[in-house]
Design a protein around this ligand. Structure first.
Ligand SMILES: C[S@@+](CC[C@H](N)C(=O)[O-])C[C@H]1O[C@@H](n2cnc3c(N)ncnc32)[C@H](O)[C@@H]1O
Length: 259
């Protein structure tokens, strides 16, 4: 049996598989199974990378819909499989579920490991879907979900507002109209299919107005915060200058009086 050593985050598994195991995407799953007892620090970034590969049918998934069974911190496993309206529903739920059938197979108590982690472990099986539930590029789906779940419990209209510049609020209403989504539904209540409709509507808008894709709410927000901070420093400087000016004036008045 061959052994490979390396960083799993950058390891390309494409050449590990003998060609006779390869299947086409729409065939049944190949006789290959990825099994990993992952360190918690690696599991989430790794699954995101592998989901990106699944969406492109690259890396190991060039050989077909290879399933995976992987360990996660129990709470992360709950998030991965969380249905709409669940308290665990988040960006990770949608990113995993739109590309894969996911199931929480079982949990392992932390004390079963040596050394025991402080939390329990959830074992999740992923089987790539023949047809993804959302037919848009992974980066676009990722962007929509990042914005949507930034305010998972507020009305959708608020989360969607962060996708567009403040003077283009009209586009929020266009997205809602095109996707036929109620502005008062909350992101954690949305089904994967509804999120797909939002992604399609957003894709339609950026085809017409590509600049919108580069709008970053966070950098706008931090630019605004930076401006506010600079203004506060300038105001403080001004205050210090005027109080030292007052002190100098008082002192020269005092000296004049003494003279
Ligand atoms: C939870 S332990 C599992 C050990 C063993 N595979 C088992 O099942 O008992 C995770 C292992 O992943 C290794 N590891 C951590 N980061 C890694 C990375 N980026 N690439 C590959 N291995 C990594 C750690 O050194 C550790 O041995």
């Amino acid at each position: 049996m061959d052994t490979f050593k390396g960083d799993i985050l950058s390891f390309n598994m494409e050449d590990v598989v003998p060609p006779e195991f390869a299947r086409t995407w729409h065939d049944s799953t190949p006789d290959i199974h990825v099994i990993g007892n992952l360190p918690f620090s690696v599991s989430t970034p790794l699954i995101i990378r592998w989901l990106d590969s699944i969406s492109r049918q690259s890396n190991l998934w060039i050989h077909g819909r290879t399933p995976m069974t992987l360990t996660f911190q129990k709470e992360v496993a709950e998030r991965i499989v969380a249905p709409p309206r669940s308290e665990y529903r988040c960006r990770l739920s949608v990113m995993c579920q739109y590309l894969c059938h996911v199931s929480l197979k079982f949990s392992i108590p932390g004390k079963a490991f040596v050394p025991p982690p402080k939390v329990d472990v959830g074992v999740v099986k992923f089987v790539p879907r023949k047809d993804p539930l959302i037919r848009q590029p992974f980066s676009l789906v990722e962007r929509i979900n990042r914005h949507l779940f930034h305010h998972a419990n507020k009305y959708c209209v608020k989360s969607l507002g962060t996708l567009f510049p403040p003077d283009r609020e009209d586009l929020v209403w266009t997205v809602l109209e095109l996707s036929d989504i109620d502005s008062q539904i909350r992101p954690f209540e949305l089904t994967n299919e509804q999120i797909g409709q939002l992604c399609d509507a957003y894709a339609t808008i950026i085809r017409q107005e590509p600049d919108i894709l580069t709008y970053e709410f966070r950098s706008q927000k931090s630019a605004k915060e930076r401006r506010q901070k600079i203004n506060r420093v300038l105001a403080l400087e001004q205050k210090l200058l005027s109080s030292s000016h007052e002190a100098t004036t008082e002192k020269s008045d005092e000296m004049r009086d003494q003279r």
